[in-house]
Design a protein around this ligand. Structure first.
Ligand code: RET
Length: 264
């Protein structure tokens, strides 16, 4: 991506977004690790995967933040390109690892009777294809190349939505009522946040000028990442809690006090 001249306000908006993402990913990691023992063992793998996702993103956002800071210098009151490139690849490498993991955690927490392994594999392959084909368009400087790769990348994206809505939908009647509502909300959150990525991707194609497009794209991706990783993970925790309750499982400390109370 070309680096347009930015006002201090524009430069800081993007920097502050990266900083917020670092904090949200780090906090998410601590939360997912701490809360893991409070859900039934069957759902712990989903929480472990959530913790991995935010750990990977925590690292990448530090690199993105550094790369952004190094790519600009303040000259005469404006931020101009320093000559060091801004590395867009960190985001795509991050997605390559985290998007299959996010899909995995969503399927794992449901504990489907059969077929979850195959579903995770198909979703992961589609996610990798979506990201790998999106990248050449992301780094292209002309609109036509951006649109062609963007269109190709949309095919696996639609396939993922199909699997989550149609195939996963079939498993819903077997889930407890509260879980059904949560899964519906989880899918809506997924659609609302994942939908931001292709829109942010198109920012340079829509009428935005260079600076406006760069700021819209970076802040758009950052907000979507915070919703799609730690926030989405928190919803997975919530589903795991509901399923734990429906299964009648209690953590050892609660069991201990219940047994103690019964003995009194
Ligand atoms: C691209 C290219 C243009 C077409 C489409 C895209 C979709 C990207 C998505 C990314 C999701 C990333 C997530 C990351 C967070 O952890 C590659 C921008 C459809 C859906 C969830």
């Amino acid at each position: 991506m070309d680096l347009p001249v930015l006002t201090p306000g524009q430069f800081d908006l993007v920097s502050n977004g990266f900083s917020l993402a670092i904090a949200a990913m780090g906090a998410g990691f601590i939360y997912f690790v701490l809360v893991r023992g409070q859900v039934a063992p069957a759902y712990r793998m989903a929480l472990t995967v959530s913790a991995l996702v935010v750990a990977i993103a925590f690292y990448h956002y530090i690199r993105i933040f550094e790369s952004w800071a190094a790519a600009y210098v303040l000259e005469g009151g404006m931020y101009v390109a320093s000559g060091k490139p801004f590395n867009d690849a960190y985001r795509y490498v991050d997605w390559l690892l985290t998007v299959p993991l996010l899909l995995t955690e969503a399927v794992l927490v449901l504990r489907l009777k059969k077929g979850s392994g195959g579903m995770i594999a198909r979703l992961s392959i589609a996610a990798v294809l979506m990201i790998v084909t999106g990248y050449p368009g992301e780094v292209a400087t002309d609109t036509a190349t951006r649109l062609i790769w963007g269109t190709i990348s949309t095919i696996p994206f639609l396939y993922i939505l199909y699997v989550l809505w149609v195939e996963l939908g079939r498993s819903l009647p077997a889930q407890p009522e509260k879980v059904r509502v949560l899964v519906r909300n989880l899918r809506l959150l997924l659609l609302a946040t994942w939908g931001v990525y292709p829109i942010a991707y198109l920012a340079p194609v829509f009428g935005f000028d260079g600076a406006g497009a760069a700021v819209a794209l970076q802040t758009g991706y950052t907000i979507a990442d915070v919703l799609a990783k730690p926030f989405f993970g928190a919803m997975i925790v919530w589903i795991a809690f509901e399923k734990t309750r429906a299964d009648g499982w209690q953590p050892a400390d609660a069991r201990g006090s219940a047994a103690g109370a019964a003995a009194d």
